[in-house]
Design a protein around this ligand. Structure first.
Ligand SMILES: Cc1ncc(COP(=O)(O)O)c(C=O)c1O
Length: 436
């Protein structure tokens, strides 16, 4: 039998029991993690720029999260919130409601995963509006369930062979300024791509049959595409004009990642609904939809839920997360980290022709790799090569983007300046090697 304490041994055993449909980005197996550091089973240390794909804003094994989980596990782990409820679920809902940027009465519904939150936001929007249509952005990512696959704008690995997809999902070009869907240049374009929504209502679907528009305020898996503020404001205004609900999918961008509790706050629009998960409970599987009470309450009791929805361990961790975000000033820390990364990425762009674009919001920063700046041909193989080299040198960093050529940073916001610097140095070493 292969060993459990070597990466190779575990990989060999894994192939015996895991389906190949389930992939992991890195071949190392974690033994422990703390703050922004991860150690594998062989004792190798890594700086973590991957952060559990945005689930670890407060860092790994934060003492307050660990204490909350221990305490909760000793009292009880599961009664099912739909059967016997508990105080922590009420307290966490109060905190999420307070974080929702709109005025007036608000309400929360719990689920288990990000994709489920998106699915349920759509269900709620459909009940409220009595309409069926859903509008999404090209380059968007909303999950791997049947409905959210239909809402996701990337075929491999997310959609290939899994159709037919849910109907009534309509896609418009996204505000991807580096690869403008209408061939224009920002800001001279005056965010003309926002007019694609109006065109959709002429060519594809009547506005009166659309329940909601779902978009990520910063498109995460799509390659950290940051829409211009005017774009989101125009889209929101068009939605309002036609009675369409605006759903901000904050599953990756929320909970301090961009320097605000919810990324949509940067754009001065109030979404009707917000979906949240990932960093909500430091990686514990809990997710929620929050929004205006009259909209949330349009669904009959029991219409949203699930065995693990609002799981007790998730609620305990979630309460600790809200405490940590505030008490450790992680919102302003996000801005500081983001600026440091961005400045370095801009320098990389000066030095390495491979870097075609640098963009981001707060600590959600990315660089897009291209084979040459003229053609902007995506350099996906080089991005993969780079993340592999970084791993060998002790940095976990992920690629993303519709073309798989965007290097993104999702480090815990508790990362120290030294760790950040060390991570950026490794990234630069790797970049210099693959740029040749
Ligand atoms: C913006 C966004 N929405 C939805 C999801 C799906 O979340 P989950 O993987 O928890 O189902 C993700 C996951 O990466 C995401 O980034």
């Amino acid at each position: 039998m292969n060993q459990l304490n070597t990466n190779e041994g575990l990989a060999a055993r894994r192939t015996e029991s895991f389906s190949s449909c389930y992939a992991s980005a890195f071949p190392c197996y974690v033994d422990k993690a703390k703050g922004a550091l991860v150690w594998d089973v062989e004792g190798k240390e890594y700086i973590d720029f991957a952060g559990g794909i945005g689930g670890m804003n407060v860092g790994h094994s934060h003492p307050k999260v660990v204490a909350a989980l221990k305490d909760q596990a000793e009292r009880f782990t599961h009664t099912c919130l739909m059967v016997v409820p508990y105080a922590s679920a009420v307290q966490l809902a109060e905190k999420i409601c307070r974080a929702y940027p709109g005025e007036g009465p608000k309400a929360v519904a719990y689920v288990t995963s990000g994709a489920e939150a998106v699915e349920n936001a759509v269900k709620i929007a459909r009940r409220f509006t009595r309409r069926t249509g859903i509008v999404v952005m090209a380059n968007g990512y909303h999950g791997r369930t049947m409905l959210t696959m239909a809402m996701t704008g990337r075929v491999m690995p997310f959609k290939a062979g899994f159709g037919p997809f849910a109907p009534e999902v309509y896609t418009i070009g996204s505000p991807y300024c580096y690869r403008c869907p209408i061939g224009k240049t920002y800001p001279a374009c005056e965010t003309a791509c926002a007019d694609l929504l109006g065109e959709l209502f002429v060519k594809e679907v009547s506005a009166e049959s659309v329940a909601c528009l779902v978009m990520e305020p910063v498109l995460g898996e799509g390659g950290f595409i940051v829409p211009p503020k005017a774009y989101i404001q125009k889209i929101k205004a068009t939605c309002e004009e036609h009675g369409i609900l605006f759903v901000s999918d904050e599953i990756q961008a929320g909970l301090g990642r961009t320097g605000k509790m919810f990324a949509i706050e940067h754009f001065d629009v109030v979404p009707d609904l917000i979906t949240t998960a990932k960093s909500l409970a430091a990686g514990m599987p809990i997710a929620a939809v929050v929004g205006k009470r009259n909209i949330m309450d349009s669904v009959h009791p029991g219409g949203v839920g699930g065995t693990y929805s609002g799981n007790a361990l998730g609620c305990a961790a979630g309460l600790a997360v809200f405490d940590i975000l505030e008490s450790e000033n992680l919102f302003s820390r996000s801005e500081v980290i983001g600026k440091k990364i961005r400045d370095r990425f801009e320098q990389f762009k000066e030095k390495y022709s491979l870097v075609g674009d640098v963009r981001g919001l707060g600590a959600m920063v990315a660089m897009e790799l291209v084979t040459d700046r003229e053609s902007k041909k995506p350099a996906a193989d080089l991005a993969k090569d780079l993340t592999g080299r970084c791993r060998e040198k002790g940095l976990l960093v992920l690629a993303s983007g519709t073309y798989g050529n965007v290097i993104r940073t999702l480090s815990p916001l508790v990362i120290t300046d030294e760790q950040l610097e060390q991570g950026l140095q490794i990234l630069e070493e790797g970049l210099a090697e693959v740029n040749q």
